[in-house]
Design a protein around this ligand. Structure first.
Ligand code: HEM
Length: 183
């Protein structure tokens, strides 16, 4: 059976080794040595912490953008992609109080999230997970996951700097960055 639910299970051991972990905005997460990305639910007791999120339909992408994304993007799990980054993000009450058209205006018209992002395809592979509708008290709204080859690590840093300088990030009130290598 296929699942849209993924668990990011962190602790002493896992498929990915943590090389750096830091709070970018707000509260940190407890420090861990390794992490696995597992389809479906996993018991929290077996791990230091578990974050859960579901893949979902797109909220903001327009037809022309979808065509560019589909033409350029590649999937997770490529052999040379030995680097990964997990970035859990929570957005503020002010963000969620906006209407859909107001959010799109911030996200793309003014912040150019997709326009910036597509420049980094196919080097950076990504998967977006939503947490908000799982339970009323999930610690984050989104779990963003990225994979790339070591040669593209610098480009990923430039991408992060570009997005974090945008108006969209005024609405981010918690963000943690966890850098990983496979094995
Ligand atoms: C690799 C380049 C990237 C591309 C092509 C890209 C593309 C996208 C697209 C198309 C969406 C909208 C999905 C929808 O319509 O619902 C989106 C949402 C999102 N992306 Fe990115 N992205 C990239 C990098 C990043 C990075 C580096 C971060 C984190 C630092 C990030 C964080 C997010 C978040 C949190 C959302 C959800 C926004 C919301 O629904 O409020 N993205 N991204």
């Amino acid at each position: 059976m296929t699942t849209r639910l993924y668990s990011f299970a962190a602790g002493e051991q896992g498929d990915w080794t943590v090389t750096a972990q830091a709070a970018v905005i707000g509260e940190p997460l407890p420090a861990v040595r390794a992490l696995s990305v597992l389809p479906g639910p996993v018991p929290t007791v077996d791990h230091r912490w578990v974050l859960r999120g579901i893949t979902s339909n797109e909220r903001y992408v327009e037809r022309a953008e979808r065509e560019v994304l589909v033409a350029k993007q590649q999937g997770l799990g490529r052999a040379p992609s030995t680097c990964a980054v997990l970035i859990p993000i929570r957005k503020s009450v002010a963000w969620w109080a906006l209407t859909q058209d107001e959010r799109r205006a911030v996200f793309e018209t003014r912040s150019k999230h997709i326009e910036i992002g597509v420049r980094y395809l196919p080097a950076i592979a990504r998967r977006l997970h939503h947490c908000r509708d799982l339970t009323p008290d999930e610690p984050f709204d989104f779990l963003t996951w990225f994979e790339f080859a070591p040669a593209d690590a610098q480009a990923f840093d430039v991408l992060l700097a570009e997005l974090r300088a945008s108006e969209e990030w005024h609405y981010v009130d918690r963000e943690v960055e966890i850098r990983l290598t496979r094995g």
